[in-house]
Every structure is written in structure tokens, then in C-alpha cells.
Design a protein around this ligand. Sequence first.
Ligand code: PEP
Ligand code: CO
Length: 454
Amino acid sequence: MTRSTATTQWHPASWQSKTAQQQPKYADNQALENAVAALSRLPPIVVSWEVEALREQIAAAQRGERFVLQGGDCAESFDDCDSDKIAQKLKILLQMSLVLLHGLKKPIVRIGRMAGQYAKPRSADTETRDGLTLPSYRGDLVNRPAFTAVDREPDPSQLLRGYERAALTLNFVRALVDGGFADLHHPEYWNLGFMHHSPLKDAYQGIVDSIGDSLDFLESISGRPVHTSGRQEFYASHEGLHLLYEQAQTRFIPRGQRWYNLSTHLPWIGMRTAGVDSAHVEYFRGISNPVAVKVGPGMNAEWLQALVQTLNPNNQPGRLTLIHRFGAGNIERGLPELIQAVRSLGQTVLWICDPMHGNTESTASGLKTRRFENILKELELAFDVHEEQGSRLGGVHFELTGEDITECIGGARGLKEADLARAYRSQVDPRLNYEQSLELAMLIARRKSVRGNS
Ligand code: PEP
Ligand code: CO
């Protein structure tokens, strides 16, 4: 390849020689420099051996031995860094992973869009309301959502607040997981909370009981508790959008002689910043984490091949995940070309379906929403297209929350457009609520256990 990035020296700031898209414009450069310098001195949020463990699990998912569940908020908010909300989010992800484990008969790699999902790409730099134009809200890492000049001004101190909340969130998640939150012997962690009257209750309870029975059986024949035999694992991921933040958390690990982004286990590149010659790709090519890229309409074979070769020149197992997000109406047309493009390189990637971002629409009253039926449809088509192409769908990516919110239409309870106003809380994209999330997991699991796994 003759591409300049393949030949130039990489270092954590080498992306700065390119024009970075989607970066905030700070008024006070000195304050920004100070915040980035402070961030660079703080301890990392994750450690390199966890990052390597995740890379190996993604490699196993590439071989069909595991399945990835990645999910969480579109954008975490600093206000939501509270114990109930974090525990609820962890709980729905664990419950979904249990249902998927039961249906797919393979271990689930659990990855939150959590503990650092604070920076958002926006379609415009500014927003105008009633004649007043202010900077767009770019996530709590940058500014605040309220529509005032003070709140919308990018504030470098938010970088430090974001780092702190990411660390607090992951610290709590680790403690819950280590303390047995994911242990099936504690049925109180597995109950359906406010979903007592859910249409899904019986089917879900059947799965929990069946896994509980299997565990009891295994423990009685082995004479020891199953849950002590392996630690439950949970990984963090976020869009690596704000490059100064990511750079500040990039550390050289002498053992292995490699650079890692230690702000998260799995950073990903969003659709809007995935240009082959982009600053984001330049930054990502040099870190040793497993990395993901969002792909969708508008991406062609040549572009994807250049990305794959730049980000994973040695075809390292587990290194590269492609998260496709075409929309239910476009996936059959768009995905086959991308699968063939990767295959013709002789490269292995993990394919994950994000059925959220290609299915966003606006209601007549201007709310962003997504229809459960379109989300499910895209997922089903994703399994089908991969099967037809002799490929494998190795995971799913959702925007969800463990709360009883009303942002997406449909699901077993039949949420209608008119219901959305009741509990619409997202500042950015609409998320599946607790019940809709669990229902999706059950529908995937049921479909796969009926049709068999490849
Ligand atoms: C997101 O995941 O919230 C997002 C912005 O997605 P995409 O880059 O796929 O549009
Ligand atoms: Co989103």
C-alpha cells in the first residue's frame, strides 16, 4: 500500500497532523491544555491485560465460539451516574446475556456502552431555536444539553468530570460483578423488577429456572459451586470521538512494548469519522486495543478494504470488529458487498449488527424514535444475510436502558406514538426500555434455537 498512514511514524498525537472531524471548539486553549495534561497524569480506567482478554474473547466470537452483546445508552449523562441506574443497566445486560446464552448455547461476551460514552457526533456544529444560535450539544464530556450560552459553551473541565464518572461507574460495575451480582444463586438479581405483569414473564422465568436447574445439577456432580470456577466478566466500550481525551489516556506498556487506550476496553470509530484518511483512523491504527468501526450506507468495498488494511494490517485475531447499521430497508442491499470485500482480502473480522442507528425516524411532534418491528427486522435480516454469504453474525449492539422509559415504539406492550411523551428522557437517540430489551434478546434466542446455530 502506498497510503501515507502506513509509512508514517505513529504516536499518540500523530492524528493531530490531520483535520479531526467532530471536535469541539474551545475558547480557552490554556484551560484545555491544562485539562488534557491533568488527564494524562491520572491512573488508567482499565488495564492492558483486561484489554487483551477481551481481544481473545472477540477472537473466539470470530470463530463462532462466543457471541457478543454490546449495549447501553446512546449518550451517558453525568446526572445518570447514580447507583440505581447503573445497577439497572447492568442487570438488563446480564439478563439479556443469560437469555442469549440459553438460546445460542454459547458464552456471551458482555460489553457495556458504559463508563465513558460521553461524547457525541452531531450533524451540525450549531443549533438554532427562536432565532438564537448556540453550539450543538456534543455530550457531557464537552458541554451541557440545556439551551443557554453558558451550558453550550465547550468546557475543558468536563473532560476531567467525564473521566471521573467513567471511573466511578466502572468501579461500581466491577464491585457488583465481583460481589456476585451475576450469580444465578441470587434469584433476587434475576427478577423482572417492575415487569411483574409483563407478557414475557413466564417465558423469561422458564429460562432462569432451566439454567438454575442445570447449575444445580453441575454443582451436585462436581461437588463445588460453579460460579467460583470462573470470574464473570464485563467490559466497557465507548465511541472514541474526542481525540484529545483518548490521547490523554493512551499509555505505553513496556511489557509487550505496545500502546493502549486505557480509558476503555473497546473503543469504536463512529460512522461520521471513519474516513480512511481521517484523524480518527490515524489515532486508532496505533493502539493495541480491540477496536470497532461502524459501517453502513455510503460505505463501499474499496473504502472498507482500506480501513481493514490500515487498522489490522497483520490480520490479528480479535483486533477488528465491524458494526453494521444499515436500517431494515437497506441491509439486504448494502451488507453483502461489505462481507465480500472483507473476504476477498483474506481478513477475519467480527461482524456485529447495530439495528438502531439505521432505523431512526421522527414523529409528527418532532420526537426521535425507532420502531421495535424495524429493529427486529434488521436483526433477522442480518442473521439471514450472513448465512447466505457463508459468513457469521457474531454479535448485537443496542441502545438501551434498564429503566421504564418510552422512547421506542412497539414491543410486547405495544407502545404507541402517543405514549412516547410519558417518559422520554434521552437527550440524543431513543433507547429500548427494559422490557423491550429483554424481549429482543428472547426473540433472537428463540429464533436461533429453533433454526440452529452456525
Ligand atoms: C452511536 O452509536 O451513537 C452513533 C452515533 O452511531 P453511528 O456512528 O453508527 O451513527
Ligand atoms: Co446513538
